[in-house]
Design a protein around this ligand. Structure first.
Ligand code: PNS
Length: 179
């Protein structure tokens, strides 16, 4: 049996056990999944948290994003999928999470990620640990995937099969409607 984490998601021995991988995941890419898998190899309990952004309608709705993530992470026993609205620090506090995991692809990510990490730390002491993205995925983003797929480009190997199929369905309809 695992020793339960205390209220900060940290064991009494001081070892961090629970983390959150937050994101928009519209849609999840293999780059995201690489980060989640690596987090799952280090932490006991990994919560992948999908941001509910009422101001921004994505390509996939919240239920679809969650369904896709559940399927893509089903082989990882210590990973669960959740959603959150509002501040990440509040979600973390409510779920007794003390560490945020974010992937860093390149220097272009760094400035924004650093300020988010510093703000989160300033707000509640929430820590952020950065994972250096696998170079195989360092150019990969959800928006690029959507753009390529929207013009009928091949995104195999960049996203899970299920995402590939859903993208094809979504954009094939759009292209045939606009002809
Ligand atoms: O996949 P993304 O869009 O890069 O993820 C960004 C995310 C969801 C991690 C970030 O926008 C976030 O945490 N939003 C929640 C609102 C919040 O806490 N804002 C203050 C961050 S300092």
């Amino acid at each position: 049996m695992r020793e339960p984490a205390d209220s900060a998601g940290v064991t009494t021995g001081g070892i961090v056990r629970r983390c959150v991988c937050p994101g928009s995941f519209d849609p999840v890419t293999n780059g995201h999944l690489d980060v989640v898998e690596r987090a799952a190899g280090v932490f006991d309990d990994v919560v992948v948290a999908v941001l509910v952004n009422v101001a921004k309608k994505g390509l996939f709705d919240l239920d679809e994003r969650i369904e896709i993530l559940r399927d893509a992470c089903s082989h990882l026993r210590n990973v669960r999928i959740a959603s959150f609205e509002g501040l990440l620090v509040d979600f973390a506090r409510q779920n007794e999470i003390s560490v945020v995991i974010r992937g860093l692809r390149a220097m272009t990510d760094f400035e924004h990620e650093l300020s988010m990490a510093q703000m989160n730390h300033r707000l509640t002491g929430l820590e952020t640990f950065f994972v250096a993205t696998n170079p195989e995925y360092s150019y990969l983003s959800s928006s690029l995937v959507k753009e390529v797929a929207s013009y009928g480009g091949d995104v195999s190997g960049l996203v899970p099969k299920q995402v590939q199929e859903r993208l094809r369905g979504r954009f094939e309809d759009g292209r045939s409607n606009s002809r």
